[in-house]
Design a protein around this ligand. Structure first.
Ligand SMILES: Cc1cc2nc3c(=O)[nH]c(=O)nc-3n(C[C@H](O)[C@H](O)[C@H](O)COP(=O)(O)O)c2cc1C
Length: 360
């Protein structure tokens, strides 16, 4: 087994070919695979001393866009960090402060080795020798899963890139990259003035790659199965699958893996909407409301949703039932028609401990 190189071999025989890609990397009934079982599909990442141009080029060819919200091209960010003068650092952003998102927690809990492989491969690509994994300190299950996974890796691969877990303050802004870096550096978890941005000057003043958990899980699969395999799903501009967290007035709330560009109506049909749909909040706090008519034709892509005035964000989808008050503004905090006060809309939380069908 080899990781894809500049030659970028096509998908190997063990590449996930069915509906699930990321969600195929967990064990039975959504438990985390042991490192030994994980390694049957995913070989140990290399630990080179210098940046690996071939790895960066493969990620660029795959066209991976960051899954933390902004959809920034991951290959471009790898290249920018690798170009810094000092040895860089990788930060895994697993803070997931968005109230209606649960995909990163799910990956950390059920496929921690895939995420950690992604971090190790990103480190190999840019020549980093340190990885910090930021996880919300209230998310005990994810912290425990990552902690266990790190212990397994230390035992089996003592020469691997050093990784440490950093339980983070449970605030929405902690996940903003400059806030996360500031906190890791011993400051408050609040955004700092930029520039310099973390990719220039981040953890310990070093160039720092901050990437979302899901982004790094995709990166691990791209460097295992190739950019052509990754591009078999999604659209040419937004390749691959995305994890969508569906909550609110649905029969089966949870995390669903679908191709980027998937029709929102089909996702909602899969999740079941017995009470009908009056509006859908897409992208969480940074997202926007779609009324039922717009939701019927929208697609889960940055392109489509930007054209409608919003964005895909972190892929969170929260459904208001039919015959509910209709949102009259396009941002979640702006209030609802018929409300007398101006308090922000209470977020719809996915039911804890009830991952959706596709999340296993
Ligand atoms: C207020 C705010 C909160 C954010 N919260 C998160 C978060 O919880 N998780 C995350 O991955 N990115 C979050 N981001 C985006 C990060 O700043 C950063 O863009 C992201 O971690 C980069 O990873 P990616 O390129 O893999 O998407 C947030 C941004 C803002 C402005």
């Amino acid at each position: 087994m080899t990781f894809a190189t500049a030659a970028d071999p096509s998908a190997g025989p063990s590449a996930p070919s069915g509906h699930h890609r990321l969600l195929s990397a967990s064990g039975p009934s959504g438990t985390a695979l042991s490192l030994a079982d994980h390694r049957r599909t995913y070989p140990a990442p290399p630990t080179p001393r210098r940046p690996r141009e071939d790895l960066i080029a493969t990620v660029e060819r795959a066209g991976l866009l960051g899954r933390g919200g902004a959809g920034f091209p991951t290959g471009r960010k790898l290249r920018a960090v690798a170009a810094g003068r000092r040895r860089p650092v990788v930060v895994v952003n697993g803070t997931e402060g968005e109230p209606v998102s649960g995909k990163d927690a799910l990956l950390l809990r059920t496929a921690p080795h895939l995420v950690l492989d992604g971090a190790a491969l990103a480190a190999a690509a840019i020549g980093a020798r340190a990885v910090v994994i930021g996880v919300d300190r209230l998310n005990r299950a994810a912290l425990a899963a990552v902690d266990r996974a790190l212990a397994e890796r230390r035992d089996s691969d003592p020469d691997g890139v050093p990784m440490r877990l950093a339980p983070t303050p449970p605030h929405y802004v902690t996940g903003e990259e400059s806030a996360l870096v500031h906190w890791i550096n011993g400051g408050e978890a609040k955004p700092t003035r930029v520039p310099p941005r973390p990719f220039e000057k981040g953890v310990d003043g070093r160039p720092t790659l901050v990437d979302n958990v899901e982004t790094l899980a995709h990166l691990a699969q791209i460097l295992r199965f190739g950019s052509d395999w990754f591009r078999q799903r999604g659209t040419p501009a937004e390749p691959g699958t995305i994890l969508a967290t569906v909550s609110g007035a649905v029969a089966r709330p949870g995390v669903y893996e679908v191709s980027a560009g998937f029709p929102l109506a089909d996702l909602l049909a899969g999740a079941g909407t017995p009470d009908g749909v009056s509006a859908v909040l897409v992208g969480g706090y940074f997202g926007f409301w779609l009324d039922a008519r717009a939701a019927a034709s929208a697609r889960l892509s940055h392109d489509d949703l930007r054209r409608r005035g919003g964005g895909l964000g972190c892929g969170a989808v929260a459904v208001l039932p039919g015959r509910c008050l209709r949102p009259h503004r396009d941002r979640p905090g702006d209030g609802l028609a018929g409300r007398r006060d101006r308090r922000p809309v209470r977020p719809l939380r996915p039911r804890p401990g009830r991952p959706g069908r596709d999340s296993r």
